[in-house]
Design a binder for this molecule. Sequence first.
Ligand SMILES: C[S@@+](CC[C@H](N)C(=O)[O-])C[C@H]1O[C@@H](n2cnc3c(N)ncnc32)[C@H](O)[C@@H]1O
Length: 341
Amino acid sequence: MVTALDGMAFAAAQAARVGWFLAEYRLSARMARGTMPKAEGLAGGPQTADILADLRRLFARDWRNVRAGFYRLPHDLLPRPGRLLADSRRYFGDLPQVNRRRRGWRSAEVSADGAGLPDYYLQNFHFQTDGYLSDRSAGLYDHQVEVLFGGGADAMRRQLLVPIHHMLGARPAEGVRLVDVACGTGRFLSFLKDTHPMMPVTGIDLSRPYLAEAGRLLSPWRRVQLVQAAAERLPLADASADIVTCIFLFHELPRDVRHRAAAEMARVLRPGGQLVFLDSLQLGDRPSYDGLLEYFPRAFFEPYYEDYIRDDLIGVFAGAGLAFAALDHVFMSKLLLFEKP
Ligand SMILES: C[S@@+](CC[C@H](N)C(=O)[O-])C[C@H]1O[C@@H](n2cnc3c(N)ncnc32)[C@H](O)[C@@H]1O
């Protein structure tokens, strides 16, 4: 049961959060000056005021969901200032390296041992230091993503908890097995476990350091399994999952790998099971954002993004045997729901 006081705390905390991350975004853009291509494509794209209004809508929706009981107030609503400052210091300490890579369009500075990992993965996505292959990268990632989305990344991730709430209905969570493919540092799973502590969950990712970070974040909860594996070759039995989730993965995969990952998700779902999927908007989803979608991979190293924004996701999952159930736009991303017949 949330109270009016919770509502005030939520509004104040999220306003401070957005203010903080947008200020860091602006400072980052200033530091990146001269390394970013000119943003002509943005002439018809969303203006700052439109993005701010969309962010406000995202947090209004986040709060309505909390009030409706779909999920709990964010477990980190009140950030620890010392931690936030330390994260910011590390983020800005690393930024010159990111900008140096962007200036020279260097995307193959992944020095850590990538033995056994696929070539498409061994790159500096977003020009980030060490790609996905170091503790340092894992420690910076959450902050980098929040700066990119003006503080809205976690709120976008939480929107998956709404269809999951409806799927569960009166069923006890302990009987429902969820697999989060490309769980990264475990942000989504932390919100899920906070709301459904008894649900057994498996997080899959290719990055050992990111899985280690996820392990630390998820340490307060039991029934959490973290496994290093590829989305396109899931080490799970057929029909072994009730729910599969996948957040911000597909735009980082080459087309053939993307389609194989979709087939794997369909394979591991049981009949009647559901896939809850979140990733970037695609061209035409919200035409006012098209300019920004075209611009993004020219400013951030995202080698498969241009193809992703043109891929027919509903067709891809239909080809894998999943029936389309719902589509929703969530700030800069789209939430898709599929069911295995
Ligand atoms: C943009 S991050 C998204 C992480 C997380 N889902 C989130 O909400 O932030 C992409 C993640 O996908 C992982 N990844 C990339 N390719 C993968 C693959 N083929 N199989 C499994 N994980 C992969 C990366 O290691 C990284 O953690």
